[in-house]
Ligand binder design. Sequence first.
Ligand SMILES: [Zn+2]
Length: 104
Amino acid sequence: MFDSFSDGYCPQCLLDDKKIPLVVNQMDFWECPSCRLQCISDGVSVLSIIRERGDGQLKDILATDWIKRFTLSRTKRNDITKSDGSTFRNEEELWGYLENEVEG
Ligand SMILES: [Zn+2]
């Protein structure tokens, strides 16, 4: 199920209809306990998908308690902590980013 907004669930796993809350990791990024996708929030309205996977060092804080209707975005190539300002208009764009820009 594609959604251009996030309520704190892993956007990659949602495409497989799995609702898995992101969890804070030791880098203070949001990380999926299943596929290790990492995201970073601006704390206000944007959740950006990081191009590198995490390593599973997770804390006990769920994104579903903090993220409500945040806009999904990509991160910059030269700064994984910053949104590049783009959004995903459809499932194909999100899959393209996950498959071509994010490490496997
Ligand atoms: Zn995931």
